[in-house]
Design a protein around this ligand. Structure first.
Ligand SMILES: [Fe+2]
Length: 371
């Protein structure tokens, strides 16, 4: 008989937290990698791309957080990637120039600072239709899927062609579907038994690729002096994908928010930060400042990428006098789906289990300016 290993169960072990640390990738490092990727011939993969690897990703799976892979992809003018698809969800943003992102037969004209999505199992490819270098960041849950052995991908697919709508060849009602599968309510406890059909005939929620243009977002952000007094502007906006429903995501895994503060905004005057079990990655578009993450100061500036909030590490951001614009990507909707998202706005506030109980009331930003 094989040796079976038994260990101390989590419930009997001391509660220890082992979050990956904050990690800054300076603009200079990103620019140098873009330059390196643009040099020479296209690799055999058809992708001029690199993953940004956190020092804790020592298991051979390129990751920026335990859940999220962040990649830089570059295309020179006229270049096009092969067509791929996989069971991961992508959230992408252009950091240099633009081009065209295609998902199935949808084509997005991408410009700098835009955000777009590639849903799971949709074929996708990119073409630099401009006359300048194009570089973008991709946030993917491939890291998580590879860690649990659930990653699936196909490459070198044909370019998707529009197909005429055809009626489903199957009869509308088949004998075994979610509509006909049995459900038994158990009288003793009110719980249910459900047939196999309910496991496998899941009601689909349409999840088309989406594209947020920066020029449409910018008017809602305080960017110029005086904007903080404009009631139509907010310091943070979620780029919401209806397919994520109550999970408030941009993809099923990640949300993206754009946040901004006008030049001259009084910096946060407090010393304590907030906490969430989701991990947060900031890409700083404009401004400079610093963050205090788990007691450590990390200075940042425009063009820097920062793992600014590893899971449940206290963090606060201090914005310099020229304000900031920042794209934040967080594995928040995935944690809502897992039922695991904890949130604490400050140490004197309760720890809330978001999505499982009444959520936080009365905040429009982690902390109001100057408080
Ligand atoms: Fe946060």
């Amino acid at each position: 008989m094989n040796m079976i290993t038994f260990g101390t169960p989590s419930a009997a072990a001391p509660v220890e937290r082992d979050a990956w640390s904050a990690y800054l990738v300076p603009k200079e490092a990103i620019d140098a990698e873009i330059t390196r990727l643009a040099a020479g011939d296209m690799p055999a993969s058809g992708y001029r791309a690199s993953s940004i690897v956190h020092p804790r990703a020592t298991d051979g799976i390129p990751s920026f957080t335990p859940v999220t892979e962040v990649t830089i992809t570059v295309l020179k003018p006229g270049e096009r990637t092969p067509v791929r698809r996989g069971n991961y969800s992508l959230l992408e943003t252009s950091i240099l120039g633009g081009g065209r992102a295609s998902v199935a037969t949808t084509h997005f004209p991408i410009r700098e600072s835009d955000v777009w999505t590639v849903p799971s199992m949709k074929p996708y490819y990119y073409e630099n239709t401009s006359d300048q270098l194009w570089a973008w960041l991709t946030y993917s849950n491939a890291a998580f899927l590879r860690r649990i052995g659930a990653y699936w991908a196909e490459e070198n697919l044909p370019i998707p062609e529009p197909k005429p709508d055809v009626a489903d060849a199957l009869p509308a009602e088949r004998p075994y579907t979610r509509k006909t599968g049995p459900i038994h309510r158990l009288p003793s406890t009110g719980t249910e038994l459900r047939g196999y059909e309910h496991l496998t005939d899941i009601e689909p929620v349409p999840n088309p690729p989406l594209h947020w243009q920066w020029e449409d977002i910018a008017p809602y952000l305080p960017i110029n002096p005086g904007h903080n007094d404009d009631p139509n502007k907010r310091g943070i906006w979620l780029l919401y994908n209806p397919a994520t429903e109550r999970r408030q995501g941009t993809t099923p895994v990640h949300f993206a928010t754009y946040a901004g503060a006008s030049p001259g905004t009084p910096p946060y005057a407090g010393t304590r930060g907030h906490f969430h079990t989701s991990a947060s990655i900031n890409y700083h578009r404009t401004g400079h400042g610093y963050s205090i993450v788990d007691g450590q100061r990390v200075d940042w500036k425009a063009g820097d990428l920062l793992l600014s909030a590893p899971s449940w590490l206290e963090h606060a951001h201090y914005v310099g006098k020229d304000g900031w614009t920042v794209l934040t990507v967080q594995d928040h909707p995935m944690q809502i789906a897992l039922g695991s998202l904890l949130w604490q706005e400050s140490p004197d506030q309760p720890i809330l289990s978001l999505g499982n109980e009444e959520g936080q009331k009365g905040f429009v930003f982690p902390r109001e300016a100057g408080k």
